[in-house]
Design a protein around this ligand. Structure first.
Ligand SMILES: Nc1ncnc2c1ncn2[C@@H]1O[C@H](COP(=O)(O)OP(=O)(O)O)[C@@H](O)[C@H]1O
Ligand SMILES: [Mg+2]
Length: 262
């Protein structure tokens, strides 16, 4: 085949992919499409589709206030979660600034909404990556660009594994212990604090506890890290004690996680 012909074939393939994506999307509610897929987001998704990060993008898995999670697939049929941050409310913007300021990894970040959201997505990617390296089971981060994070999909046939809120663990005592180990690794190895830890951002997948939703996680040097860690501890202790676990005191968890007294 000639070079020009090969190129044409490649372009046709790309168009085919794009159409496949559009077909999946037009079946959704119109308002949703317009809100989520602005021009810039569509560009990012096209690039993921043409570079092979994604082969198809299917329906919405979860539509939160600040992000939508989609189910995607690779050419080899592996599932992907595609988390798309939305252009945001003034309130969300104020919230993001608190977490970004004081994070040494994101100095001199521009304050316009687009830059903040892009930083937010980068932050989630880097936090997941650092957590994974510290042997905390999280969705494996695959790619990030602007407001879109692609990661391992936890669930089956486009349905997410239930959060601990939706489905209580079979063995809460064991899950609690595992969670303390994760918090300790996150603090001591990754030097991060989750910052929004609760039964909503934990799940059991293939018998193992998974921690997720880490855009707001901050380094332990962040001025709010101690406050956030204490809040995380309060949340998880409340949940597990309701499930009948004889939880440690908040102070004892703090000590186990950090190696220091509160
Ligand atoms: N990697 C993933 N695999 C499968 N489902 C996911 C994944 N990440 C998120 N989800 C689903 O989307 C929901 C919202 O994701 P989350 O990261 O908690 O964002 P937020 O709470 O900020 O909207 C989760 O509760 C879960 O149901
Ligand atoms: Mg969440």
């Amino acid at each position: 085949m000639s070079k020009a012909r090969e190129k044409l074939k490649r372009q046709e393939k790309n168009v085919e992919r794009r159409d496949r994506m559009l077909i999946h999307n037009v079946s959704e509610e119109r308002a949703t499409i317009e809100e989520v897929f602005d021009q810039s987001t569509r560009m990012v998704l096209y690039r993921f589709l043409t570079s092979g990060v994604l082969y198809e993008l299917n329906g919405v898995v979860n539509a939160g206030k600040e992000a939508r999670v989609y189910w995607g697939k690779t050419k080899t049929g592996e599932d992907r979660a595609v988390k798309i941050y939305l252009t945001s409310s003034a309130e969300f913007k104020k919230g993001m600034i608190m977490y970004i300021e004081g994070d040494y990894r994101f100095k001199n970040v521009k304050r316009d909404t687009r830059s903040l959201i892009s930083t937010w997505a980068q932050k989630e990617f880097r936090n997941l990556d650092a957590a994974e390296k510290a042997k905390v089971r999280v969705p494996k981060p695959i790619a990030v660009e602007r407001n879109v994070v692609v990661m391992e999909f936890l669930g089956k046939d486009g349905v997410s594994a239930p959060s601990l809120k939706e489905q209580a663990p079979n063995d809460p005592q064991k899950t609690y212990k595992q969670l303390i180990t994760y918090m300790k690794r996150l603090y001591r190895e990754a030097e991060l604090v989750h910052g929004d830890l609760s039964e909503y951002n934990l799940m059991i997948w293939k018998g193992k506890l998974v921690m997720f939703d880490m855009s707001q996680s901050v380094p332990i040097s962040h001025p709010q890290a101690k406050f956030l860690l204490n809040r995380d501890i309060t949340n998880v202790n409340k949940f597990f004690s309701r499930k009948g676990v004889e939880v440690l005191s908040n102070e004892e968890v703090y000590k186990q996680v950090t190696g220091k007294n509160v």
